[in-house]
Ligand binder design. Structure first.
Ligand code: GLA
Length: 656
């Protein structure tokens, strides 16, 4: 297995370090406290364009040299960032055409961050130059552990440069204008294009926009940012052999980028999947299940291999949904949960709380209150734990289930012109994952084209877009159990409706859909097994499958179907059960450790040589016993099946 953070011994622990905000004397205190907390990895230079390149053609590396040297002397390795996520004002003034334009054609101003058009050749050249200069200078610096390109790519622009780049992208995808007109279905509403110059990004239009245009623009935007990542990575690789990453955003319902495509370029010997995850107070699922989904999704992107939690909050996240504090012990439990699920460490945004600027109220490892704080004490505790957990590095997570996520399908299903305003697939996928989490089932987040073998159950709660059933059929025929949710298999890659609903899945499911019956907001459909469905129902008939449950109001049709095929079976639900448990009870789903109450998390990581580690994390208010034997690495004491795992605590048991 590739050692993902070669220069860091054991698990990575630290955070974004932005010392340019502070006078020099504070830096010495910083490294002293980093040592005290056990910090071994700091992300440096993320937003430092203005300091390393303060004017056109002017490069000043003195301050960064000093920071790198200081960290090297202090035994802290560096995840060195290219500061290309935030061009400084001089750059925007010199190149106003690099500022992004919104869908109404309004150019945005500088004064925040992320102020660039991904398709601007001037910006691209500047970003590559920045990456190249840094790589050349720091490739052999003793502090360097890895490279961090930009920061949380998210920009979107609708300007004329973007239009030109979009047309080039479309030519590669569709060949000629006939191909484009077919893919976008422009025969409807007289939208036929006769010249490439007529083709635009999906700017604001008079009525429902063309869904093919929107979907292709979403794909293009993701690819354009991926192109920036790859261009900077190539510039770095010309000088340095250290691994390269960028921090993907996996918080909440963020699905702007097709990370499955990104993952093709972020795995391998010199690449690493790294993610940022922030627990949201107003999310529809509980904090611990949010953590588990983000972690399982990250592991999916890393193809089951190692990944790194690049950012989390030590306490409050002072953004979007307002200020909230983490309860005592909460961030310790969350941090261990990420590691249990495959992260090779845990880093934070950021090391020291900022005195000024947009994020002065975002929490930090070292809060405004200093070292006499709960946050600091917990940071030190976690640093100590990670030292004792070093031997788990390189082990892999054991899982028996998978849930399918396809970004393109998610986008297409939620785009304007769809049949229901409430069908949004991503929250639904997360809802199923959370239900499995509460039952203690460790579940990978996989792509429908991944090799699914080895999982006893695979869930596809919402898979609207599917070209064909080949991969899913193989999984079922070879003995797997597949569970498919409603409105799946309906359209092809162009969002064109397949013949014979449910389209690509009709043969596999053995079900024919007569028509869709989406429900109103809050409306419920009663099933004859005593359960109820929400959001969506279908008038569906068995054609090879058996009817397991029906609708009380539509006795002639089925609601839940099951079909045996090859050595496996496939289930089809024509509605979204309001409560997933009665359905999950029908499946043969083994939790990692049987008999634990909901909220007691148990996940195993295994080494190839047979050593196994059971992470047991008690998120509840009651003590429990964990049926395992060995040594708790967090305390160094023996573990027996009678040992109590106290409420709000954790153990990592090296099993006998
Ligand atoms: C994101 C960014 C960080 C910081 C944090 C906290 O993850 O990458 O720069 O803004 O959020 O808000």
């Amino acid at each position: 297995m590739t050692d993902i953070v070669p220069a860091v011994e054991g698990l990575g622990f630290g955070g974004d370090y932005n010392p340019e905000q502070w006078p020099r004397r504070i830096w010495d205190e910083d490294v002293e406290l980093m040592r005290e907390a056990g910090v071994n990895l700091a992300t440096v230079n993320v937003f430092s364009w203005a300091s390393v390149n303060p004017a056109p053609g002017k490069w000043e590396f003195g301050q960064l040299d000093e920071i790198m040297d200081l960290l090297a002397e202090s035994g802290v390795q560096v995840d060195l960032a290219t500061p290309t996520a935030a061009p400084p004002p001089w750059f925007s003034v010199a190149h106003p055409e690099t500022l992004p334009v919104d869908e109404y054609g309004r150019r945005k101003n500088y004064g925040s961050r992320g102020e660039y058009c991904p398709s601007s050749p001037v910006y691209q050249e500047a970003a590559v130059e920045m990456a190249s200069k840094l790589a050349e200078r720091y490739a052999s610096h003793p502090a360097l552990a890895m490279w961090h390109v930009g920061n949380e790519f998210f920009q979107r622009c609708f300007c004329d440069q973007t239009a030109a780049a979009f047309r080039t992208w479309l030519t590669e995808r569709h060949g000629d204008l006939d191909g484009l007109n077919h893919a976008w279905g422009t025969a409807f509403w007289s939208q036929t294009y006769t010249d490439w110059e007529q083709v635009l990004p999906s700017r604001v239009a008079t009525s429902t926009p063309n869904p093919g245009q929107i979907l292709d623009f979403q794909r293009f935007c993701s690819d354009a940012l991926l192109g920036l990542f790859r261009a900077e990575a190539a510039a770095i690789e010309a000088h340095s052999e250290a691994p390269i990453t960028t921090n993907l955003m996996v918080t909440g319902n963020f699905t702007m980028l097709d990370y499955h495509r990104w993952a093709e370029h972020m795995n391998g010997d010199r690449r690493l999947i790294a993610v940022d995850h922030y627990v949201l107070p107003a999310d529809e699922i509980e904090a611990e299940a949010q953590v588990a989904f983000a972690a399982d999704r990250s592991r999916g992107l890393a193809r089951g291999g190692p990944w790194l939690l690049m950012e989390q909050a030590a306490n409050s996240s002072a953004w979007r949904q307002g200020f909230f504090a983490k309860k005592p012990g909460e961030q310790l439990r969350h941090s261990l949960s990420y590691v249990a699920r495959g992260s090779e460490g845990a880093l934070y945004f950021q090391w020291r709380a900022s005195k000024a600027g947009a994020e002065r109220w975002h929490s930090a490892m070292l809060p405004h209150g200093g070292t006499e704080t709960k946050t600091w004490r917990e940071v030190k505790t976690l640093g100590g734990w990670f030292r004792r957990l070093a031997e788990i590095k390189g082990s892999r997570v054991r899982s028996r289930a998978a849930i399918l996520l396809d970004h393109e399908s998610v986008w297409a299903s939620a785009n304007p012109g769809e049949m229901s305003a409430f069908i949004d697939p991503y929250p639904e996928i997360r809802r199923w994952h959370a239900a499995l989490w509460r039952r203690g089932v460790v579940c990978d987040v996989a792509h429908p084209t991944d090799d699914l073998a080895g999982r006893s159950v695979v869930f596809a709660p919402s898979l609207y877009m599917l070209e064909d059933d080949a991969n899913l059929r193989r999984y079922v025929e070879q003995g797997g159990t597949l569970v498919v949710g409603p409105n799946s298999g309906i359209v092809d890659r162009n969002d064109h409706v397949h013949d014979g609903l449910p389209g690509a899945l009709r043969d596999l499911l053995g079900v024919r859909i007569e028509e869709f019956h989406p429900l109103r907001d809050g409306e419920r459909a009663a099933l004859d097994d005593g359960t109820e469905g929400a959001v969506w129902t279908e008038a569906a008939h068995a054609e090879g499958a058996e009817v397991v449950a029906g609708y009380i109001d539509y006795p002639s049709t089925g609601a839940i179907f099951r079909r045996e095929l090859g050595d496996g079976a496939v289930w089809y639900l024509t509605t979204r059960p309001t409560d997933l448990d009665p359905f999950l009870d029908r499946l043969d789903l083994a939790p990692e450790v049987p008999g634990l109450p909901a909220g007691v998390e148990a996940v195993r990581r295994d080494h190839e040589d047979g050593r196994t580690y059971l992470f047991a994390i008690n998120h509840t208010h009651k003590a429990v016993t964990i049926p395992s034997e060995g040594t708790d690495l967090l305390t160094g004491t023996p573990w027996t099946p009678r040992t109590h795992l106290h409420s709000n605590s954790a153990a990592v048991i090296r099993e006998r």
